[in-house]
Write a protein that binds this ligand. Structure first.
Ligand code: NAD
Length: 308
């Protein structure tokens, strides 16, 4: 169960507000939220509230410390308070599904939701993480259509990347995972993609380094969506030898802290021209949710400046 929220109002430094607040946070303000536990580390309020302010939209984004136990009441509150919607994160991404009225195709295939949209009391679940990854690549002129992708991982980040890439026309996705608690999800992702899309998916053991090396050599895109590269595995990378990469491929790490991972250093040594960290994915998944709630494009260049 989540800790009792300390509901005393803390002192904070509100940047950019020097006079009385008018036209913002008034009787018309529409609320969106984030329901997760733990939650205090999140950058989402910074992203969305700055986007509302920049576009002059009367919206506010607030975080709610919601675990599985509080989830049913929290979802009811979306309807009761006429919230525009909410993000959901762990531990609620799968648990939320029975409380929603509809799911988009990506959420059905991922069996998870990260964004809820409230249309007059009808709640629809979406999954924007994979679209975020794709939009970040597209913004830099890269596309997955007709491409061969080697993807490491089958967890909360990797699953929507695989599903979205398959729905957006990737030719082949080879999913590599350790024989750990996410192996079954890797198998499930491959079955779902092969059943629902024209993309050819296959599952491989990450322990088989020769197979992994060969797959990367044959790929247009290598994406690491594992926990390797972030704390506490910050000094590690699944690919240590630059010769595994070729210059014309895309190398994408979903990690955004640190901004430059070991994997990115290896890719740089290999002369890879298109190397990405996870910050673009993080901002663009927010932008995709923002569009669903507001119908407007998030000013992502401005948001990126704030986040960097
Ligand atoms: P998760 O726990 O759901 O999945 C973790 C994955 O990493 C699994 O596939 C697991 O098998 C694999 N893994 C764990 N330890 C490993 C190791 N030592 N060697 C090889 N594989 C290992 O976690 P998640 O939420 O999917 O997060 C995975 C990564 O994605 C993290 O690095 C996180 O920073 C990143 N992420 C990025 C964004 C973004 O918007 N950029 C969003 C979510 C997660």
């Amino acid at each position: 169960m989540a800790d009792e929220r300390n509901n005393e109002i803390e002192e904070t430094k509100i940047q950019g507000v020097s006079g009385p607040i008018t036209g913002w946070l008034d009787g018309h303000t529409i609320l969106v939220g984030l329901m997760a536990y733990p939650i205090r580390h999140t950058m989402s309020p910074t992203m969305h509230n700055n986007a509302f302010a920049k576009l002059g939209l009367n919206g506010a984004y607030l975080c709610f410390e919601i675990d599985n136990e509080k989830l049913p009441g929290a979802i009811d509150a979306i309807r009761t308070l006429d919230m525009r919607g909410s993000n959901v994160s762990m531990p609620n991404k799968k648990k939320v599904i029975p409380y929603l009225d509809k799911l988009d195709k990506t959420s059905q295939m991922c069996d998870a939701v990260n964004t809820i949209v409230n249309e007059h009391g009808v709640l629809t679940g979406y999954t924007t993480d994979g679209m975020g990854w794709l939009r970040a690549l597209k913004k830099d002129g890269q596309d997955v259509k007709g491409k061969v992708i080697t993807l490491a991982g089958a967890g909360g980040a990797a699953t929507p990347i695989a599903v979205t890439a398959s729905l957006e026309g990737a030719k082949e996705i080879r999913i590599f995972n350790l024989d750990d608690d996410k192996w079954a999800q890797a198998v499930k992702n491959v079955e779902t993609i092969n059943k629902e899309t024209d993309c050819v998916a296959s599952v491989h053991h990450l322990e088989d380094k020769e197979d992994f090396k060969k797959s990367i050599a044959e790929s247009d895109i290598y994406c690491d969506a594992t926990s390797v590269g972030m704390n506490p595995l910050q000094d590690q990378t699944l690919v240590e030898d630059p010769s595994w990469f070729h210059e014309d491929m895309v190398v994408s790490d979903t990690v955004y802290a640190p901004r430059k991972t070991k994997l990115m250093e290896v890719a740089e040594k290999a002369g890879v021209k298109h190397i990405y960290n996870g910050i673009g994915m993080m901002i663009e998944q927010g932008a995709a949710a923002f569009k669903l709630w507001t119908g407007k494009e998030m000013p992502t260049d401005y948001i990126q400046e704030i986040m960097d």
